[in-house]
Write a protein that binds this ligand. Sequence first.
Ligand SMILES: [Zn+2]
Length: 319
Amino acid sequence: MNRPILTISAALLLSCATISSAQSPAAFNLIPLTNGVSAAIDNPAAKADSSGSNAAFIIGPDSVAVVDTFENPTAAQKLLDDIHSQTKLPIRFIVNTHYHLDHVAGNQVFANAGAIVLAHQNVRTWEHTENLKFFGAKITPQQRTFVETLGLPQVTYTRDTTIYLGDRRAILLRVMPGHTGGDTVVYDSTANVVICGDLFWNHTLPNLIDATTDQWVATLNTLLADYPTATFVPGHGDHPGTAADLRDFRDYLVFLRTAIAAAQATGLKGQPLVEAVLPQVKAKYGSWAFFDFAQPDILRTDEELRGVKKIPQPAVLTR
Ligand SMILES: [Zn+2]
């Protein structure tokens, strides 16, 4: 999620029904990368009309794949229109990197245009239920309906999966947990681009509400080892990054875990622990975007390290 998410607002829902005026700032900015891959980077200046997260697309020889569909359908429609202005090829695949509202809210826009939505099985399990929590206890009926009618993945997987855009060799969907229990990164070998979803926040504090940070650090180390020269598209953050940027983000998680473990060793937990650790986080990461996440990040990691953090559980699927 892109902002302290209990505040995902009525403005979001209003934005779903509002066509931006010609004078409004763009919901996102397109950044061409290489070999037919582009990143669509959230533009916070558009405020409630912003895309709320980053996405990306890959134009192959016979079709297009889009990774993530933003926080609101209006921005998703704009992305679809932008892709159609670049190519007449069909948009065949949508990949959701995880279930969070700000990455799946435009699924139906693309499904209505004929795309198949793919994601980890847990995205389908959690999309209509776990996203309710982001509106808090005072969720309105309109907000509830919005969540419960989000377009679901039509194809799900639990292991690494490959899609083909004509003879483009492979778009590998790697299951690599950490941000949630159902994360996917997309690797396109032709362009040497890794589309990370919220496993990578570029110089931006992350939302750890569903995180398992030990797995997350391991995932980032694997990405750094496997794709040292790649371009990494973040789920949030204002530009695609390099391995050095990904390393900076990994180091944030490691720093947080280390500082919290040290505070716990002195007997602290909960809010007193936050007050001990927050100045350290601010000294090192005070210039990063979304610094409002620092306090909840500390609280949630404190819970995780004490073994009391509650995170969504996979459904038990029966045949
Ligand atoms: Zn997320």
